[in-house]
Write a protein that binds this ligand. Structure first.
Ligand code: FAD
Length: 395
């Protein structure tokens, strides 16, 4: 449908006296979700399971590798299992349990159990399985379709190169850096440019541990991972994922990163690459924004949590489901989109914002000068309970 027709349709649907139900009858979809990562798929599946007519737009295609440590924290494994349903659960049964964390910092090693264990799941498998689950739940999914602009404040028209689509509500799940989530005025405020680098390598008998190597200008996480699919069977059991977040002036490849930490350099001696490396656009942190102009923001588009806490996927899945549930009364005429956005904002602030606060505190502690950080690390080494407490604070 052309943009003109969509705009006319929306103007007509907005006539005074029209109820949500009347809008919905004339609009093409109840809900458009932009972005088919964990947040978008979670929102789309949750809404579709409640009988909502959903369009899910994804700029790229699946399967594909994404920059990520691939650590899925335990508290979201239950939700993930519900979203994937019986057919998609293979990615969960093949998840490597991660029951231990080791932090290599300033010539010392901090260790903590992770209980209940997290799962290590390749994004190559995870995002594709979630996308498939969305389609199986009746979501209309369009791959290689980039949303160019969101028009309106409810109902909405979303323009793409293939035409415009209109809906009663929109969820923005386009990630931390997209044409829809990075206003130019914020870009100017970025002081430090950080980038993400990721690749799979071979390593025999890697421990079921997430190992974080910190060095000036960044850190690198290493953990075992499996990759599903017949073409990858031969590498089962001997694959690790390596993911680094570094200041752009510190390193531009994973090989550069190996040289930044002596234990990492030693460990990497026999590694062979099993995937092409992937990199991200610059990363930046800003206070979370759960709703904008009545569009519900989920996952990284709402806020990007420091990756070392391993909660980004969990936040994406939980915020996606929360947004879809907050919108449910709006589709059954009980509340307006604006009210649903408000309900979502409040729930987000109550349930998800504490993770951002805890991770920002830990980031500040890690950024202390070495002479101040030393006593803190000694405290953590001598008091595993305190280390466990810090880990718990990010859950
Ligand atoms: C270095 C690094 C390491 C990390 N490690 C971990 C970890 O170990 N554990 C963890 O839990 N989290 C980790 N994270 C965070 C995690 O990757 C994100 O939090 C998670 O991917 C967020 O999911 P999302 O669905 O919000 O966004 P994404 O996964 O980014 O998905 C957004 C999707 O939207 C699509 N899109 C963008 N713009 C448009 C558009 N205009 N139209 C249509 N589609 C669009 C994109 O193609 C993309 O597929 C890490 C992040 C980084 C950078």
């Amino acid at each position: 449908m052309s943009r003109l027709i969509a705009t006319t349709c929306i103007a007509w649907a907005r006539l005074p006296g029209n109820t949500n139900k009347e809008y919905a009858l004339r609009l093409m979809y109840d809900l458009i979700v932009i972005g088919g990562g964990p947040a978008g798929s979670s929102a789309a599946i949750t809404a579709a399971q409640a009988g909502v007519k959903v369009l899910l737009l994804e700029r790229g295609r699946y399967p594909r590798h994404k920059v990520c440590g691939e650590f899925v924290s335990a508290e979201s494994l239950g939700l993930l299992s519900e979203l994937l349903g019986n057919r998609g659960k293979a990615s969960l049964t093949d998840a490597v349990p991660i029951s231990h964390a080791r932090v290599f910092l300033d010539d010392r090693t901090l260790e903590s159990p992770i209980n209940p264990p997290a799962g290590s799941i390749a994004r190559y498998d995870l995002d594709a399985a979630l996308w498939r689950a969305a389609i199986e739940n009746g979501v209309e999914g369009h791959l290689q379709t980039s949303a160019q602009k969101i028009n309106g404040i409810g109902p909405f028209s979303v323009s793409t190169a293939n035409g415009a689509f209109e809906s009663l509500a929109v969820i923005n799940a386009a990630g931390r850096w997209s044409n829809l989530t990075a206003p130019a005025k914020e870009n100017g405020a970025i002081r430090e440019k950080w980038v993400g680098l990721k690749g799979h390598f071979s390593e025999t008998a890697a421990a079921q541990s997430v190992d974080l190597y910190f060095f000036p200008g960044g850190y690198c996480g290493v953990q075992p991972v499996n990759l599903l699919g017949p073409e990858n069977e031969e590498s089962q059991g001997g694959r690790i994922n390596l993911c680094a977040m570094v200041r752009a002036d510190t390193a531009s490849t994973l090989l550069d990163v190996f040289w930044l930490h002596p234990q990492l350099r030693e460990r990497s001696r026999d590694w062979q690459p099993l995937s092409d490396p992937v990199t991200t656009a610059p990363l930046f942190f800003r206070p979370p924004r759960p709703a904008e102009q009545n569009v519900l923001m989920v996952g990284d588009s709402a806020g990007f949590v420091d990756p070392f806490v391993g909660d980004g996927i969990s936040l994406a899945l939980r915020s996606g489901a929360l947004a879809a549930k907050s919108l449910a009364p709006c589709f059954s005429e009980k509340i307006s989109v604006a009210r649903a956005a408000d309900v979502y904002r409040k729930s987000y602030e109550q349930t998800l914002l504490p993770v951002f606060r805890a991770s920002s505190t830990i980031r500040k502690l890690l950024a202390l000068p070495r002479f101040l950080r030393g006593p803190l690390i000694s405290l953590l080494q001598s008091s595993p309970r305190f280390t466990r407490y810090l880990v718990q604070r990010t859950r």
